[in-house]
Design a protein. Structure first.
Length: 255
């Protein structure tokens, strides 16, 4: 059983960082690299690429809204075409830096508010997926099970990898509980270990209202800005290994 473990990386900028990216790169199998809008900058992107290469970690683009102060988590009423251009700008930047480092961007994962906006609008989702396919039809799209992003990626004949989020609570419809609501963030180590083991063994998750739902994912996400994220990622990795799973980057999991 091949399982991907991924985290959003390089989301600081200049001298500022959100987590120990160097240590996190030794734990994960795929890195979603911030592309300069909600976080990241050219130097940070290059450093993440070099760290990924040194540790055999798969590379993905992680574009978000241009809102550093809000960390890309505040929705901004851009037009669909404006969002498309912002996404392409960031994807192109990472692909260019990766090419200069002799590396290839293998996957794509929306950040926060940009992803939420795409997931609510099938037409926007199609616009985004068609644009991604025009740039690189081999990119693997990270998506939540049953999401508009997953459906649009399939319509655009793009490969998908479905995510289970280890550090966020789910509701009975399989959606992430909104940040700011009680219990939305799961940061207790024992709780993360238990829910990851449940996912790996049963392919289910228990929701915030104590309902068990199916979770047909093959990649586990730990947000790097969650308190204690490095230790949580280590717990996830240990659970994957404990059930006999093999940690692998997105490109190997999807095949």
């Amino acid at each position: 059983m091949k399982i991907d473990l991924n985290s959003d990386m390089g989301e600081g900028f200049g001298p500022y960082s959100l987590c120990d990216d160097e240590a996190m790169m030794k734990v994960v199998s795929s890195a979603n690299i911030a592309c300069g809008f909600h976080g990241g900058d050219p130097e940070t992107m290059a450093r993440m690429l070099r760290l990924a290469k040194a540790n055999g970690v798969g590379i993905g683009a992680h574009p978000g809204l241009p809102d550093r102060a809000g960390f890309g988590r505040r929705e901004i009423p851009y037009s669909a075409d404006e969002l498309r251009q912002q996404m392409l700008y960031q994807l192109g930047a990472l692909k260019a830096i990766a090419a200069s480092e002799g590396q290839r961007v293998a996957h794509f994962s929306f950040h926060a508010a940009m992803g939420n906006m795409v997931n609510r609008d099938p037409k926007l989702a199609d616009l985004m997926m068609d644009a991604i396919r025009a740039v690189d039809p081999e990119l693997i799209i990270f998506a939540m099970p049953g999401s508009e992003i997953e459906s649009a990626a399939k319509r655009a004949s793009l490969k998908t990898l479905l995510l289970f989020v280890a550090d966020r609570a789910y509701d009975a419809q399989g959606r992430l509980v909104a940040r700011g609501l009680p219990g939305a963030l799961v940061k207790d180590e024992a709780a993360v270990r238990a829910r990851v083991r449940q996912f790996l063994v049963e392919r289910t998750v228990t929701t915030i209202d104590d309902v068990t739902i199916a979770m047909p994912a093959k990649s586990i996400l730990v947000h790097s800005d969650t308190p204690g994220s490095l230790e949580l990622a280590r717990i996830v990795r240990s659970e994957i290994e404990a059930v006999g799973g093999t940690l692998a980057p997105a490109s190997e999991v999807v095949g």
